[in-house]
Ligand binder design. Structure first.
Ligand code: LMR
Length: 399
């Protein structure tokens, strides 16, 4: 059976990491996957996380299964982080959360729930979007389509184009929105734009799925939830796929959540019962450790203060790298305007580098960038900046 198979292409993001690991060039730089690097080029375990793990390991009494929807303390803390503990959605039980294996796992549970329970609806994705979005929805048997999002000339949101397209999406379809730090472009909607988008969603009776993987990486933990708050304050039904991979640095623990907002508590609970069926058929119940860490940190005043400081440190550092990148390119004699990168948000920017330039950077300099030209600014360090910018200058000059 297997000898007739032809190899599948490598994943456009994680496949780069595989190739990067095999690369023997000592100067190699990975700006592919969105993974944070500190000044020493490491992806550290946060102090708040280590402290929580010490507590968990000494107090743990059992390795018994978690419930299908995961750790209850984690689910509650996630709801409060998304909407605020006092928000009516939280206090009235209109929003409920199920733990999931990472943001990707949460998206897949959402996709399976939509396909199996709500029926075949088209899922509308921003153009461009994270390359794994279509895979996840297609794997659940859902069709996808796109709405315009990015204006390459202005390096900004193509808001008029987006609104025109949204007005034509058939009633009942699903629209995926990036909560903040749009991946791959690094450009986000303003609050006023979220208001306008929310109005069209309500008018056309669309179901928003908010992919919220970078809370805390743009302006701050609550500031970054401003778009979500616009939808929440309108009482909009929605699904939110959130992730702790980035803001807790818990990449390999696979910890995220799927949150449902219903019209009332009963609708939310009934929806959760369907989501539990989907989870049970998929991976039965989630792994414990990552969620225990998040629950411990978010519910302990001291650990939470440490964590909030660490999120701020990561955010500030990425912004410092954005500015240093623009300055260093300028020093290397690059005349093309890259100043927009300094103003973009989150881990990523759309650099405007062409596929040929991306290929040349990889083949000649062992610099790994996603084929679309998306660069992970979070992978830049003071140590690799000179090499990186000299290489980009060479490639842009056709050297
Ligand atoms: C990325 O876009 O680099 C991250 O979300 C990691 C991933 O799973 O692709």
């Amino acid at each position: 059976m297997f000898d007739t198979l032809v190899a599948a292409p490598p994943d456009p993001i994680l496949g780069l990491t595989e190739a990067f690991k095999k690369d023997t060039n000592p100067k190699k730089v990975n700006l592919g996957v969105g993974v944070y690097k500190d000044a020493g080029g490491q992806t550290p375990v946060l102090k708040s996380v280590k402290r929580a793990e010490e507590r968990i390991l000494s107090a743990e009494q059992t390795k018994n299964y978690l419930p299908i929807e995961g750790n209850a303390e984690f689910d509650r803390a996630t709801l409060e982080l998304l909407f605020g503990a006092q928000h009516a959605l939280v206090t009235t039980g209109r929003a409920v959360t199920a733990q999931a294996p990472g943001g990707t796992g949460a998206l897949r549970v959402a996709a399976d729930f939509i396909a199996s329970t709500l029926g075949k609806r088209t899922v509308w994705l921003s153009d461009p979007t994270w390359p794994n979005h279509p895979n996840v929805f297609h794997a659940a048997g859902l069709a996808t389509n796109t709405y315009p999002y990015f204006d390459k000339q202005r390096n900004a949101v193509n808001f008029a184009g987006m609104m025109d397209a949204l007005a034509t999406i058939p009633e009942g379809d699903v629209i995926v929105l990036h909560g903040c730090c749009h991946n791959p472009t690094g450009v986000d909607l303003s609050v006023a734009q979220w208001e306008a988008v929310a109005a069209v969603i309500a008018e056309r009776k669309l179901l928003p799925v908010v992919d919220f993987a970078y809370q805390g990486f743009a302006d701050g933990l609550s500031e970054d939830a401003a778009g979500l708050a616009v939808l929440a304050d309108r009482g909009q039904e929605m699904l939110v796929a959130s992730s702790y991979s980035k803001n807790f640095g818990l990449y390999n623990e696979r910890v995220g959540a799927l949150t449902v907002v219903g019209q009332d508590q009963s609708a939310a609970e009934i929806t959760l019962s369907h989501i539990k069926r989907v989870i049970r058929a998929n991976y039965s119940n989630p792994p414990s450790h990552g969620a225990a860490i998040v629950a411990t940190v978010l519910t302990d005043a001291e650990l939470r203060t440490i964590w909030e400081g660490e999120v701020q440190e990561m955010r500030d550092r990425i912004n410092t790298m954005r500015h240093l990148f623009v300055e260093t390119l300028h020093e290397k004699g690059v005349t093309q305007d890259f100043s927009f990168i300094a103003n973009q948000r989150g881990m990523f920017s759309f650099s405007g580098l062409t596929p040929d330039q991306v290929k040349a950077l990889r083949e000649r300099y062992a610099i790994y960038i996603v084929g679309s030209g998306r660069i992970s600014v979070a992978g830049m360090t003071e140590g690799n900046m000179e090499y990186l910018c000299s290489a980009i200058a060479d490639v842009l000059n056709g050297a």
